[in-house]
Design a protein around this ligand. Structure first.
Ligand SMILES: Nc1ncnc2c1ncn2[C@@H]1O[C@H](COP(=O)(O)OP(=O)(O)O)[C@@H](O)[C@H]1O
Ligand SMILES: [Mg+2]
Length: 254
């Protein structure tokens, strides 16, 4: 068990140097991607943060595909495609793996969770009626019959079992602050069960897992920051502490 802890599933990402690096088209037109050479994963939690459009989803998707996940999300067994819009970045990265293989895994992306929910419904319709339905692992109800927040949260609580690699793209999208804190507690449980998580998030609450590294993508590249140094934390704090002056600045018209 302890050697699992000291040898994470994913240690590092390396970008192969190729002419593509100098291409002006997606995904190499994104500064953080163009300037990326390697990225070391934390054995427990790695956060990818930054402004909208900085390349977080592009990076997470490439890591997920290179790890064997479906580009649209789900477990490694999910093989469906409703669209083919993923970037070619996964072809240009190499993942340095640790000693152990994950026994569980999930790629969650808020953007296409709807398609994952549909796929689970289809699998359950086709399933042998004597086997328990898949939806039992996701809270017992079709994910379409639960709210977005509820359905993701039930997957996170019920479906993720530990010893896993979990790649989550903006999992807070529909979660209340209390649920985001519950999610932190769940992250801690999963970490204690030898899991590794890679999480892209805008939520300063969700970024607060102490045993972690935070990479912030910006217009120039990728920097390592503390929670208190992230733009998200600074701006949120400023807003909470100086709401009136920030509002008057926002609503100021000449
Ligand atoms: N399939 C695509 N084709 C072309 N450009 C894309 C595609 N997906 C995203 N982009 C562009 O790449 C940039 C980074 O997108 P994304 O990785 O989704 O950013 P983030 O997740 O940080 O908000 C954005 O400017 C976006 O418009
Ligand atoms: Mg995104």
């Amino acid at each position: 068990m302890n050697d699992l802890l000291s040898s994470p599933f994913l240690r590092e990402l390396k970008v192969s140097v190729a002419d593509h690096r100098f291409s002006q088209t997606y995904p190499f037109n994104i500064p953080a991607i163009r300037n990326l050479q390697s990225l070391k994963f934390h054995p427990k939690v790695t956060y990818i943060v930054g402004e909208n459009g900085m390349g977080k989803s592009t990076l997470l998707e490439a890591i997920a595909i290179a790890s064997g996940f479906n580009p649209e999300g789900g477990t490694r067994n999910f093989q469906f495609a409703t669209r083919e819009t993923h970037s070619i970045l996964h072809e240009h990265i190499r993942l340095v793996r640790g000693g152990a293989k994950p026994r569980d895994g999930f790629f969650f992306r808020a953007e296409s969770y709807y398609n994952v929910a549909s796929y689970i419904d289809i699998l359950d319709e086709e399933q042998n009626p004597y086997n328990p339905p898949l939806k039992n692992s996701y809270g017992g109800k079709s994910l379409h019959e639960q709210s977005h927040g509820e359905s993701f949260f039930s997957a996170f609580l019920n479906r993720f079992g530990g010893y896993g690699l979990y790649i989550l793209d903006e999992p807070e999208a529909a979660l209340s602050p209390i649920r985001q804190m519950s999610m932190l507690a769940r992250i801690h449980e999963l970490v204690k069960r030898n899991s590794q998580l890679i999480i892209s998030t805008h939520s300063p609450i969700l970024m607060a897992y102490p045993d972690s590294v935070i990479y912030q993508l910006n217009d120039h590249g990728i920097e390592t920051v503390t929670l208190e140094e992230t733009d998200h934390y600074v701006i949120m704090k400023q807003f909470m502490n100086h709401k009136e002056s920030m509002l008057s600045e926002l609503f100021y018209d000449e």
